[in-house]
Design a protein around this ligand. Structure first.
Ligand SMILES: NC(=O)C1=CN([C@@H]2O[C@H](COP(=O)(O)OP(=O)(O)OC[C@H]3O[C@@H](n4cnc5c(N)ncnc54)[C@H](O)[C@@H]3O)[C@@H](O)[C@H]2O)C=CC1
Ligand SMILES: CC(=O)[C@H](N)C(=O)O
Length: 373
């Protein structure tokens, strides 16, 4: 009888302790071939701090996409080359392979991922693997596996090994019934893409693990990201990268969204800066675990006009892709990021004119390099 009493007291203490994450003492641990179970642990994830110890040991999943290589470069500057491991299931180009540690990691292979985390003493994980909005609609079973099952693997490993975990979300986590102009952090989220559904799931699961197990989960909802030295991976906002390449190469650009489709966008340097800043923010500063971040918002027509200031002869035509247009029409037009600005001092550096100038200075020098080779 006393044993039964003790057990029920322990269980009720556990349930009551959810909410702040401090002192929570159970962690989901998966055994290979056995369903998830829970074991006792004294871990207090919120106390993990790198301020007084060495740099974090970082793993980036899905690192060979549009954003991962730039993130690795930024983090290596801060934490040292060998403390940041880039990973993916694709083969890296020579320059990436030789620029720092690279490892094969399939996020659907739980055991392999856990082995990498353990063997490399990983303490921060940036989970970038995903299928984006347009390619996700083209292959829903794969998007569901990578974006949802893969996330479950990452969450369990992060909780089990006390990692600080960053998972990006997106403007695509909102849908036609969300307020679109502007879209606040907390509002109706009923996206109609598998990508959006998987990202709402990631936000909720991450926050659940935070409140239930104390996982140090941090999440930003990125706008469409624009970069010069990496290609987008099959999203609805890809046009805003392609226009620069086509303006330089052919002077002609065919846009797959209508000219007046307004979407939030951001230059990659701002996106990566925000990602590092939220990971470094003290836990006490974070009143939420999922934040919108914003920089600018424009339509294809407005972007084309700005690009034409640099390439006046650029001809733009419109050939609307119905799938992408329907997605874009359900996404935010403007993003409200007041909470990020208030809580941890988020501030963007690039508006539309600076973005366009910076893109051309990058691509201009790149094409000169390409010609010289
Ligand atoms: N690029 C953008 O405009 C935005 C990106 N995000 C998010 O940021 C993250 C990174 O985005 P991008 O670099 O643009 O994506 P991307 O599509 O360019 O790259 C994703 C990477 O995931 C990898 N991957 C696919 N299946 C995998 C698996 N089973 N195991 C390991 N890796 C796998 C792919 O090989 C690819 O290199 C994603 O989670 C995305 O949802 C959010 C909003 C905007
Ligand atoms: C905004 C995103 O998440 C991405 N670029 C996409 O268009 O799917």
């Amino acid at each position: 009888m006393p044993i039964v009493k003790n057990v029920s007291r322990a269980v009720s203490q556990l349930l009551q302790s959810s909410g702040c994450g401090c002192g929570v003492s159970i962690v989901p641990v998966r055994c290979i071939g056995v369903s998830p179970r829970q074991v006792a642990s004294d871990a207090s994830f919120h106390s993990v701090s790198f301020a007084e110890s060495d740099h974090p040991r970082v793993l980036i999943t899905g690192g060979l996409g549009q954003l991962g290589v730039g993130l690795a470069k930024l983090l290596r500057k801060h934490f040292g080359k060998n403390n940041v491991i880039l990973s993916d299931i694709r083969k890296p180009a020579d320059n990436i392979f030789y620029s720092g540690p690279f490892i094969y990691a399939d996020i659907l292979d739980y055991k392999n991922l856990r082995e990498i985390v353990v063997n490399n003493r990983i303490s921060w994980l940036f989970h970038y693997s995903a299928l984006l909005s347009a390619v996700g609609e083209a292959n829903v079973p794969l998007a569901r596996a990578v974006n949802i099952t893969g996330l479950h693997n990452v969450l369990d490993i992060a909780a089990e090994h006390n990692l600080r975990l960053f998972v990006p979300s997106t403007i695509g986590a909102f849908g036609p019934t969300s307020p679109r102009d502007p879209t606040p952090d907390l509002c109706i989220q009923r996206p109609r893409t598998i990508y959006g559904v998987s990202k709402v799931h990631a936000e909720l699961m991450g926050e659940y693990y935070h409140y239930r197990y104390g996982l140090d989960f941090r999440c930003l909802r990125y706008p469409g990201i624009i970069s010069a030295d990496s290609q987008p991976g099959g999203g609805t906002t890809d046009y805003a990268v392609q226009i620069f390449h086509d303006a330089i190469k052919t002077g002609k650009f065919q846009c797959n969204l209508k000219p007046d489709t307004r979407l939030p966008m951001m230059y990659i340097d701002d996106c990566l800066k925000a990602t590092l800043e939220i990971m470094e923010a003290p836990a006490e500063a974070l009143s939420m675990r999922t934040y919108n971040i914003s920089a600018m918002s424009f339509t294809p027509e407005e972007l084309a006009q700005e690009v034409q200031k640099h390439v006046p002869e650029l001809q733009v035509t419109y050939n609307v892709d119905e799938v992408r247009q329907a997605i874009a029409d359900s996404w935010p037009m403007n993003f409200d990021d007041r909470n990020a600005r208030r809580d941890w001092g988020w501030k963007h550096d690039y508006d539309l004119p600076e973005l366009v100038t910076t893109m051309f200075s990058f691509l201009g020098s790149d094409s000169r390099i390409a010609q010289a080779n």
